[in-house]
Ligand binder design. Structure first.
Ligand code: PCA
Length: 327
């Protein structure tokens, strides 16, 4: 080999080495998700992760971990806040211990359609972002679940039928609702639901058709009452220190893809809402509107819960409700 060729091959090797270093110098973010891989929230997050990875040419690779496989639903918020993982998705209304404001998302009958849920999102977003900022977090996007209805092993004609029934709750609001009906609440994450119903730990819950479908709830539960009580949202949050370490170009890509994920997620939730109900019915469940008695009971319970919430959430809570009402 002539010295010139040796030089060229060293130069080529160095260039290749440099390329390898550049590609592997990209950052990897593990994204913690609580719900099944096939749920539209998780699929939407996976599409978001892929778009960011592709558009940054791997400078920022986001890898999703659905079904609570990285952190369980109840751990995700704390894990992202403490920087144990830079990004994750959490059900907003389950964060009442962090701040009462987050529970606005599960107040019965405040927002019962996709349109109103969007208004409530817009009205509450500035306050939510302020609270998250104070905890070292940044909101990337939020996507709703379809309207919440009542699942039950036995038929339910009024709240009286819920007395002493074992009720699966997914946040403090659903626990409180159960108590007000005389039921016995137990907090269980969606990932552990099938087990809970199979073993009789749970006989009832409030949730969307989406979660019932994901968990093949018809194997254990016969009735779903389409109460349309509220539409809670999941939000995707990022640790601010991790965020601050990104280049401006990467931040912009993340923001653009977050906006796309938000838009697609809302559209998908609405598109699937009826489809889920059809699937529950096709699998043998009885899908009905609530009886007048059950609806009246829910409305009364909702009033109590709203009053209690306003006491806890104070002036900022009232401010958001007023802003929402004026929209
Ligand atoms: N599914 C989630 C929260 C709201 C919903 O529709 C769950 O049941 O855990």
């Amino acid at each position: 080999m002539t010295s010139r060729r040796v030089f060229l091959s060293i130069a080529a090797a160095t260039a290749m080495g440099a390329l390898t270093v550049t590609a592997s110098a990209g950052e990897k973010w593990d994204m913690a998700l609580a719900y099944s891989a096939t749920n539209y929230h998780s699929e939407n997050a996976a599409a978001f992760a892929k778009a960011v990875t592709d558009r940054t040419n791997g400078d920022l690779e986001i890898v999703t971990h659905p079904s609570g496989s990285l952190f369980k639903g109840g751990e995700i918020f704390g894990a992202v806040r403490r920087g144990l993982t830079p990004i994750g998705e959490r059900l907003i209304s389950a964060l009442g211990n962090e701040d009462a404001m987050f529970e606005i998302d599960a107040l019965p009958f405040l927002a019962t359609s996709f349109e109103d849920a969007m208004k409530l999102y817009k009205a509450s977003k500035p306050e939510m972002e302020k609270i998250l900022d104070g905890k070292g977090l940044k909101l990337l996007y939020a996507v709703p679940w379809p309207p919440q209805g009542l699942y039950s092993v036995k038929p339910v004609a009024s709240a009286a039928d819920m007395k002493d029934v074992k009720f699966r709750a997914y946040n403090a609001a659903t626990s409180r609702l159960a108590e007000l009906m005389g039921a016995v609440p137990t907090k269980i994450e969606a990932a552990e639901l099938s087990q809970a119903f199979a073993t009789g730990v749970a006989e009832s819950m409030i949730s969307s058709g989406s979660t019932g479908y994901d968990r093949k709830i018809w194997e254990h539960v016969k009735y779903w009452y389409d109460v349309q009580a509220w539409l809670p949202k999941n939000m995707v949050i990022v640790n601010k220190k991790a965020w601050d370490g990104l280049s401006d170009a990467t931040k912009n890509i993340l923001l653009e893809e977050a906006a796309t994920a938000e838009k697609n997620g809302w559209a998908k939730a609405e598109e699937l809402s009826n489809w889920y109900k059809e699937q529950l019915a096709a699998n043998g469940m009885v899908i009905e509107g609530p009886s007048d008695g059950l609806r009246d009971d829910f409305v009364a319970i909702g009033k109590t819960m709203s009053t209690e919430w306003l006491e806890r959430a104070g002036a900022s809570g009232k401010g958001v409700v007023d802003a929402y009402s004026g929209m």
